[in-house]
Design a protein around this ligand. Sequence first.
Ligand code: C5P
Length: 425
Amino acid sequence: MADHAILSGKRVLLVIAGGIAAYKCLDLIRRLRERGVSVRAVLTAAGARFVTPLSVQALTENTVYQDLWSLTDESEMGHIQLSRAADLVVVAPATADLLARMAAGMADDLAATVLLATDKPVLVAPAMNVRMWLHPATQANMELLERRGVLRVGPNDGVMACNEFGPGRMAEPMEIIDAIAAHFAADKSTAHFAADKSAAPATADAAPKPLAGKRAIVTSGPTHEPIDPVRYIANRSSGKQGHAIAKALAQLGAAVTLVSGPTRLADPPGCTVVAIETAREMLAACEAALPADIAVCAAAVADWRVAGLSDRKLKKDGGGPPTLALTENPDILATLSQAGERRPALVVGFAAETGDVIAYATAKRARKGCDWIVANDVSLGTTTFGGADNTVHLIREGGVESWPTMGKDAVAARLADAIAERFRE
Ligand code: C5P
C-alpha cells in the first residue's frame, strides 16, 4: 500500500488522453484524493470521448482544463502556470499519439503544451493496443522520453479491449499510486527522476548518481532449455522485476549489464543488454561481464536441462513418447557468490517461496553464499509471476525487512536505494 504520509499534501496535474483506459482515471483520482493529494486535470479532446468533464470535475473538485484557446481558463490560470502548479505531472492513459507528440516536443493542444512547458517531473502510464505498444516507433518514443527523465509505470500484460493479448493495458490505479509514492519517496534525497526540459534547473544528467563508477550485473527473465531444434522447456517469468532493477540501478549511475532470457519487454534505457536463451549461456554472459561490484540474480533460471539434446526434431514414429532425461543446470547465483577474487562485493539473490518464506529464504542465503536475498511471497494468491506487484522481504546479515506490497518498479527503486546505501557505508 502506498504511504499516505508521503502523498498527503502533494499536487498532481493529471493529463487524461483518449483511450478506453481513461475510465480507470476516475478511480485513480478518487484514490489520490483519499490520500490527501490535490488533483487538477487536463482532458484531451479524445479523452473527453471516454470520460466526461463533469465526472472529472466532480471527483477532482477542480476546474477541468480542456482548451488551449479558452479565454476563461486562460484568464483563471494560464497554461504555463498550469504546467508548473503541481509537484508531479501524471499522464494516464498515455496514448501512442500523446507519447509521440511528447517525444517530438509538439504543442498542438493543451495537454501537449502543458507537457512541453512544465518544469516538473512527468510520470506516464501507457495504454494502447499491443501492436501499437510494440511498434518500433512507440518503443523509440518511449525510450527517448525515459532518457529525458520521464518516469513510466506499466503497461501490463493482459487481454485488451480489442481482444488481443499482450503488453498494453494501463497500470491499475493502485500501481500508479505506488509509482507516484515511490517517486516522492525517492525525490527526498535525489532529483534523478527530474525531467530534463530546458527550463528545468535539475536535469537527469545533473542528478546525483550514488552508484556512479560501480558496475552491476542483473539477470532477468526465464531461460529456455531446448529439447530439440524446435521445442524447449520454459517457465512463466516475465522479467519485469529484473528489468526494473536494471533500470533503477542505471538511474542511480551504475554501469549495468542486463543478462536477459527471452522476454517481451523493451530494453531498459541506459543498460547494456545481453540476450541469452539457456542457463549455460546466462552463466557465460555473467562471467564475461565480470569484474563487477554488484550482481542481482533475478532470473528464473531453469534448474534442469535436457541431457543428450537431439539435433533433429523428435518425431512421432509409433514407438511411443520419447523419454526426456534431465541434467542439472549450473547455479549462476551460487557461482557468482563463490567466485573468489572475482566475486562482486554485493551479490543479491531472489527466492520465490510458498510457505515459511523467511526461514527457507534465510537458508537459501547461507546455501548459495550470497549477501542478500529478496524473498518473494508467492503464497498469498499474489500474481508475482507476470503480475505488476510484488510482496518481498529483504533478508540481510542484520535481519529481515518486510516491505508492503508495491509495484515492481517501486520494489526496484527501493532495492536500488538500499544498494546505494550499502556502498555509502
Ligand atoms: O534455488 P532457487 O532457484 O530457488 O534460487 C533462486 C535464486 O537463485 C534466484 O536469485 C535465481 O536467479 C538464482 N538461480 C541462479 N541459477 C540457477 C537457479 C537459480 O542464478 N540455476
